[in-house]
Write a protein that binds this ligand. Structure first.
Ligand code: DC
Length: 223
């Protein structure tokens, strides 16, 4: 049974940064499950699919081939039907629409199946919203990483600026609050910590300290 470190939490809590470093330190595979919802959303936007049409979105999720590169140093590269979309899936239009796609039960079923297969085949650090609650409920380590909305908006802004996207702090706080609301209130797999997750508030913590805390949990668990 491979080892799974589940890292869930809201947008901008620092999950990706922390998950990538933990994966690198342990030589595990890093899997960004949100990238898969983003890829389906990008495809829907490209094809002008109505984002209220659950059947069309479900069909799209089933027919789109999504591959994630296993590397962690350069960040995960994402391929959709063989074409690299690593940057395109981070565009603000995708961020604004992805919660609508991620709430569709048929889309979730398809992607969760794919994610479970990935978690079963190697030791992974898997990042998302429902890793510890739905995808791998028997993950050996479960972390729910969170931070204040203001802090999360600032971090997202920095990431996006680095990728060449421009957006104001006010708009970013609004987008984050809106996305949290949709992600937390949806009927299927809402964003909530698993009962056995270690909740970490990273608002006032350095990345290094969060990483060390998680590695300590792993050490304790592995004896
Ligand atoms: O982590 P992210 O911001 O790239 O995730 C994009 C969206 O996908 C986010 O709004 C919630 C959704 N998501 C999800 O519903 N379940 C996951 N396991 C991962 C992401």
């Amino acid at each position: 049974m491979p080892f799974c470190i589940a890292i869930d939490g809201p947008a901008g809590a620092g999950k990706s940064t922390v998950a990538k470093i933990v994966a690198e330190r342990l030589n595990y595979i890093y899997i960004d499950t949100g990238a898969m919802y983003r890829a389906v959303t990008l495809r829907a936007l490209q094809r002008y699919v109505n984002l209220e049409d659950e059947q069309a979105l479900t069909d799209l999720a089933a027919s789109t081939r999504i591959e994630l590169s296993a590397g962690y140093n350069e960040g995960t590269r994402v391929f959709m039907d063989g074409k690299e979309v690593s940057l395109a899936i981070r565009a603000p239009e995708v961020s604004r629409s992805v919660s609508l796609v991620a709430r569709v039960p048929g889309v979730r079923k398809e992607l969760v199946n794919q994610q479970r297969r990935m978690a079963r085949s190697s030791n992974v650090v898997m990042e998302g919203r429902d890793v510890g609650t739905v995808i791998v409920p028997d993950a050996q380590i479960k972390v729910f990483l969170t931070a204040s909305a203001n802090e999360r908006a600032k971090r997202r802004l920095k990431d996006l600026a680095g990728q060449g996207f421009k957006i104001t702090l006010g708009d970013m706080i609004e987008e984050i609050n809106e996305r949290d609301k949709l992600d937390s209130s949806r009927a299927v797999a809402p964003l909530v910590p698993a009962p056995d997750a270690k909740v970490i508030d990273s608002s006032k913590m350095q990345t290094h300290d969060v990483v060390e805390l998680i590695l300590e949990l792993v050490r304790r668990r592995s004896g």
